[in-house]
Design a binder for this molecule. Structure first.
Ligand code: FNR
Length: 361
């Protein structure tokens, strides 16, 4: 593993260690995969305005999200079915999160049960949910998460239907039985044609969900609620009005609506200005470098979430791989902060970056 110098290098390793069906499922995006490329490329169009002769002999990357202290503003995004990547599944990922002192958002579609993840280590955990047509099943998961010490619920709102992921259609991607739903819902789909994951989503996800359902979620839990999948100013405003505790600016890693904007391009004007500091704003999609993390913070995010690189690290090297992914990003962020003249997260300002629309400041 010493040979690996950046998180992108884990992708090739993951490709070599995974069956093609699973690698394609993890790496793929929707339709033309335009947004998949854009999520990464949009970061490359933002440049720095580094400040010099600032004492950066000590760098402190620590921050708080919903009051929970983490070592750096880099969290683990919810991604489905970690056991397809590694036999220890989400348990390995959670242990890496604990070792790195960060927050893991456990997917509703996790392979391990939420109780197994909770008892494996003391990582700070949030639970991501999809709202099923069978509300009782979703409500039960929320209750179980509360009991198992999860600290927040992240309601993903960008999947009324599953995006068209053509590799999964071609591969007839299999959906396994998820242990969390054992005895409640059969999630196993071995499709004779098309994607099993798409078929599962079509039969279980509630496409009639609206902003009113935040009230329903609020009525069944006291945990903070974040909504994940906001990309417009209209919806940012609705989220604030609905009284949520945080927003995740996300296009689902470009797996849902192709030609959705790259998340970093909508973060500032669309979301941060509308939210105006009232609630935390997190961002995911295409974050592959410490420089990307810095850019997201400079444009107003409190933290970023990492999706695919975590799964690639897990597939390649298990818990150690995930830990290495987070550590490499942290090291890169630390260096970026030093070279930009920012000893603490609070020192990172809008003036430390220049977007492509701005003339040389
Ligand atoms: C996801 N994502 C996701 N989101 C969610 O809310 N629930 C889920 O179960 C999943 N599952 C999932 C599986 C895989 C394989 C991927 C790649 C993504 C989306 C995820 O939380 C996040 O938004 C993106 O992965 C962020 O983009 P990057 O970091 O992968 O570019």
């Amino acid at each position: 593993m010493d040979q690996i110098v950046n998180v992108n290098e884990f992708q090739e390793l993951a490709k070599r260690s995974l069956p093609k069906m699973y690698y394609d499922f993890y790496s793929g995006g929707a339709e033309d995969q335009h947004t998949l490329k854009e999520n990464v490329e949009a970061f490359t169009r933002i440049m720095f305005r580094p400040r010099v002769l600032v004492d950066v002999s000590k760098i402190d990357m620590s921050t708080r999200i919903l009051g929970y202290p983490i070592s750096a503003p880099i969290m683990i995004a919810p991604t489905a079915m970690h056991m397809l990547a590694h036999p220890q599944g989400e348990i390995a990922t959670a242990k890496a999160a604990a070792a790195c002192n960060t927050i893991m958002i456990v997917s509703y579609m996790a392979s391990c049960t939420i109780e197994e993840v909770a008892s494996s280590c003391n990582a700070i955990r949030f639970l991501q949910i999809y709202v099923y047509k069978r509300r009782d099943v979703t409500a039960q998961m929320v209750k179980r998460a509360e009991k198992a010490g999860f600290k927040a619920i992240v309601m993903t709102v960008d999947v009324p239907k599953l995006g068209r992921r053509e590799a999964d259609i071609k591969n007839k991607m299999v959906s396994p039985q998820l242990r969390n739903f054992e005895g409640l819902i059969s999630t196993k789909v071995l499709p004779s044609k098309g994607s099993g994951v798409e078929a599962l989503a079509a039969s279980t996800f509630d496409a009639s969900l609206t902003w009113k359902d935040i009230e329903w979620l609020r009525s069944i839990t006291k945990l903070p609620i974040l909504v994940k999948g906001v990309l417009t100013r209209e919806d940012a405003l609705k989220a604030v009005e609905a009284g949520v505790d945080g927003i995740v600016v996300s296009n689902h890693g470009a797996r849902q609506l192709d030609y959705s904007p790259a998340t970093i391009t909508v973060l500032e004007e669309v979301i941060v200005h509308v939210v105006g500091g009232r609630i935390p704003v997190l961002l995911d999609g295409g974050v592959r470098r410490g420089t990307d993390v810095f850019k997201a913070l400079a444009l107003g995010a409190q933290a970023v979430l990492i999706g695919r690189p975590v799964v690639y690290g897990l597939a390649a090297k298990g818990e150690d791989g995930v830990r290495k992914v987070i550590e490499m990003l942290k090291n890169e962020l630390e260096l970026t902060m030093a070279l930009s003249g920012c000893p603490t997260i609070g020192d990172i300002t809008r003036n430390h970056v220049r977007t492509e629309n701005e003339r040389l400041k």
